[in-house]
Design a protein. Structure first.
Lengths: 221, 221, 221, 221
């Protein structure tokens, strides 16, 4: 099933009560189509959103630490308790060490959370796939927030990522992101072999978020 | 007013539903005495705890970033929306850069959150005070979780911190922490000139958390 | 004595044999005037430069760790042995934690190295001064490499930094940086109360580095 | 050819003039046997050591940045200019992000330096191998500096690492480390399929470093 992952980042339009409103839009659009839309709010907003909508809610970050003396860290157990069902790991705006990524994936697995590891090129995609998360999401950093879709600017990074992952860890899904905004961007992303997309500013900063999201999913209806 | 700040860290005994239970204990003990007890749960637990108790709820960490593209960061705005009224900053288990600490304090101030900057010795206490947070909490790292109270092991670090802060920024309160567990530890901490304490494992890992907290506050009743 | 600190960064024009050439230019210009010019090459270049010139050679970074198991860290002892006589600490391109800055200053002091802590605004300047390094160098990050001198774009940050430092730690010198290139920039920096400047791209990327440096120091001859 | 990589860390016995002395011991022992011994001093010591001995000199760390505004970073170009012929990357005492490791390997390749990526378990070894450095060195962190050789405490981590690497990237060599001190430790490490070892405190803190190194290599003569 195609996965549409909407990263709320820390925009004003997706924080606090605005985050709940946006998650409800995701849920409505999701119920009108056969796509799975995942809301990815800030950690502090997870509990209230998970109580308000039925679509999956993921965290933007999780630390690979368990119970103990880890003040200020985000544990998989706390995310699970708040109602999350997965997490991004190693987003380009929150990079982690190699050992930390491995520990975060393991922590997600143990807590029953899905994991999406973000990467910046084909080589790091291959390395992330070797760690066997549920998904790898390749996003060229220079295209993030640019409005120029990766599927148009650098289609090869997607096809080569898909190829590399299938060879090393065929059970790992591949998403792509950076600059994805419109229905045709989503369509191309799937045509290039990915199983979904990672979105953010293109939807969140849109004048009419619902319309923008509807236009996006129209690309695959 | 004396401040008792209970850092929940990421212990099993203070995560998810256990965090709510523990916050209620803090509230009960608090209402029986004239002390202000602050609950400091993980970020994902703030919303549910702030809805369940009337005592102040602080975050264990806050990033000095605002609205925008800051995936995986903890913004003051999201904490405020979830019901927090303050945050620890630069805890020894979650150290920050100097510029980040300054930005976190500014972010708290703008969002209407109280700030407590943790430090490890007299020199860093002096530097933190120069940034004018609401409180500085000095905690010798080697005593954290040791069960040996700072007020006994190194009383001078408390008196010298108080002195230094009063000279540089008289409006900044001084807390002390590390190894504080019993009523006499709290008593000594206040006698040395601090305005409160930072607690964690001594209470959270106690067989009977409520009894442990009651015994602690008995030191100043 | 006015201090001209030339940060070599990692430019091609200031790495390896080019670094030695540039350090010799600094030495020549220095000997023609009464100013102290400090060369700040990459760590790997310190030994050869310290052997080639008589002006002070500083490191761009030092870690606050001592002898022991600290693979990949830059110790004050190794810098001293290589011929350095000081170090930048917490440059905006190599930020450190508050506790790390304090430890780096202490490590410099113990090894007999001078310390210059870089800061980004008046509040962090005040905090850094409280740690009592030899110098604080305030550099608004947005002006670094811009060619717009801090002394023109934001003179108040310099005067307020000088004031704040003199109140908290009168023995700490104040430098300013960011965008300093010409003689008049240096002149203004000193007029605003600073005791010297931190330079980089304005000199290093100049077509004729020697001429650029001569033009700069001409501002105070 | 079997590779003996001696990490000098930042011990007093391997800093400055002591580092040159130790590198000469490595050279002498190396010339008496058919093994390749690599000296890995601190960055500030590379230039003088590379001028004093003929054995390979590696850095303990390299950043994946090139020419430009990267104050305080260690560039491959500066290491090359100082006489290094390779570098450790991501040592457990100097961990890097996934994207940084990939960039560091690329920087080494471009500068003509060999790369050894350190890892902490089989999963991260597999991920590191996918990035195709020259070597991966697996070191269980809990055994580093313990005196308990990985080849005895956890032989499976070595055999499984070798297997995993050979499947993903057969041209990548596998080293193992942590607790390696004696001739029999080296012998076992090679029997388990590794192509060499990473050493540190066992040799550096020995009363007689030369004797300790001779005893070690005797295991494979």
């Amino acid at each position: 099933m195609t996965l549409i992952v909407l990263n709320f980042k820390t925009y004003r339009e997706s924080t606090g009560s605005e985050a709940i409103r946006l998650a409800r839009i995701c849920e409505e659009v999701s119920s009108d189509c056969s796509l799975e839309i995942v809301a990815v709010p800030q950690v502090a907003d997870i509990y209230s959103i998970a109580g308000a909508v039925k679509i999956p809610v993921f965290s933007q970050h999780v630390d690979g630490v368990g119970y103990g003396g880890f003040t200020g860290h985000v544990t998989a157990a706390s995310l699970k308790a708040a109602g999350a069902s997965g997490s991004l790991i190693n987003h380009s705006e929150r990079r982690l060490g190699l050992a930390e990524i491995e520990a975060s994936i393991a922590a997600c697995r143990q807590a029953g959370l899905k994991s999406i590891v973000c990467t910046n090129n084909v080589a790091t995609t291959r390395a992330a796939a070797a760690l066997e998360p549920d998904y790898v999401a390749v996003e060229p950093p220079e295209l993030i927030g640019s409005g120029i879709p990766v599927s148009k600017a650098d289609p090869e990074i997607v096809t080569r990522s898909v190829e590399a992952v299938k060879r090393i860890a065929p059970n790992v899904g591949v998403l792509c992101g950076a600059g994805i905004t419109h229905g045709e961007d989503l369509r191309s992303a799937l045509d290039l072999g990915s199983e979904g997309v990672l979105l953010a500013s293109g939807i969140i900063k849109a004048k009419d978020q619902k319309k923008a999201l509807e236009e996006l999913v129209s690309g695959v209806l």
